[in-house]
Design a protein around this ligand. Structure first.
Ligand code: C2E
Ligand code: CA
Ligand code: CA
Ligand code: CA
Length: 279
């Protein structure tokens, strides 16, 4: 495993659900990660299709471990959920994203919106409303500059409960988005009742553009659904000009993907987008 060099985390990642030694090592390392300040947020720009301007940035967490290197979220978020420490990590992420928005503004870099991913365990409890209010207040960030992303499956586990929590969040003034839209089960009846601002078209459909007419039809349907519910449509995983052209032509509002930029440290986002760059 040593020979894999920079990707040494792969040694630990083969199967985190089995009771292996690797898992124990990973667990004990992860337990202190927040306190040791090993978590970092990278930010990926979201581009307004209307004028190519920066519409916002999605905050994506990484674990910077001294030996494992930069561990991607898919390798430790599920483990943190199982360990019952996702609340602590999620609270750190929320606070850090709010802090960064205010720090950027102080440097003269105004990012309109920061989007933060929530995990299922976080919306199981009303506590998330207080935690979010606390992060906004502590940092002095206006609620409408924060967006929280949840998935359909998170909502459909206990829809009435999720509805309560999302209503509580919406009452704070934060924006709400459904992430990976189209990949989970969601009931249109609930969708209509949810206090949403955005639907994020899953990247699997975006990658179908130009290859699979069914995928293209789904994108058109999601954009039409967003429109009729008064929501904006965001496409993720935009990698090519052809995909961007299709999405723009179909009336998608915002695009996010490697075509514009990969997720990057806060200072890099400011360096690339701080002087009003347009995509
Ligand atoms: P997601 O929320 O669906 O985030 C999008 C993922 O797609 C990110 O992976 C991003 O780097 C990647 N991506 C962006 N543009 C492109 C593109 O053009 N092509 C391709 N192939 N991929 C692209 P990342 O950063 O590894 O995050 C993976 C997942 O981890 C996220 O999926 C999200 O579910 C979760 N995650 C990330 N940060 C957090 C967090 O702070 N809290 C929680 N609960 N989950 C998080
Ligand atoms: Ca997301
Ligand atoms: Ca997504
Ligand atoms: Ca995803």
């Amino acid at each position: 495993a040593k020979s894999q060099g920079r990707n040494t985390y792969q040694f630990f990642s083969q199967d985190l659900t089995t009771g292996t030694l690797e898992r124990l090592v990973m667990e004990s390392a992860l337990r202190g990660a927040v306190a040791r300040k090993e978590l970092v947020l990278h930010y990926q720009p979201q581009i307004d299709f209307a004028d190519g301007s920066l519409a916002g940035a999605e905050a994506l967490v990484r674990w910077q471990h001294p030996e494992l290197g930069l561990v991607p979220p898919d390798r430790f978020i599920p483990l943190a959920e199982e360990m019952g420490i996702i609340g602590e990590i999620g609270e750190w992420v929320l606070n850090e994203a709010c802090r960064q928005m205010v720090a950027w503004a102080a440097e003269g870099f105004e990012v309109p919106l920061v989007a933060v991913n929530l995990s299922a365990r976080q919306i199981d409890r009303d506590q998330i409303v207080e935690i979010t209010a606390g992060a906004l207040q502590r940092n002095g960030l206006a609620a409408e500059r924060l967006e929280l992303e949840v998935t359909e499956s998170m909502i459909m586990r206990e829809p009435e409960r999720a509805l309560d929590v999302l209503d509580g969040l919406r009452a704070l003034g934060v924006a709400l988005a459904i992430d990976d839209f189209g990949t989970g089960y969601s009931s249109l009846a609930y969708l209509r009742r949810l206090p949403l601002n955005r639907l994020k078209v899953d990247q699997s459909f975006v990658s179908d553009i130009g290859h699979d007419t069914n995928g293209e039809a789904i994108i058109r349907a999601v954009i039409a659904l967003a429109r009729s519910l008064g929501l904006s449509a965001v496409a993720e995983g935009v990698e090519t000009q052809a995909q961007a052209a299709f999405l723009r032509a179909e009336g998608c509002d915002i695009g996010q993907g490697y075509l514009y930029d990969k997720p990057m440290p806060a200072a890099s986002l400011r360096a690339s987008w701080g002087r009003g760059r347009k995509a």
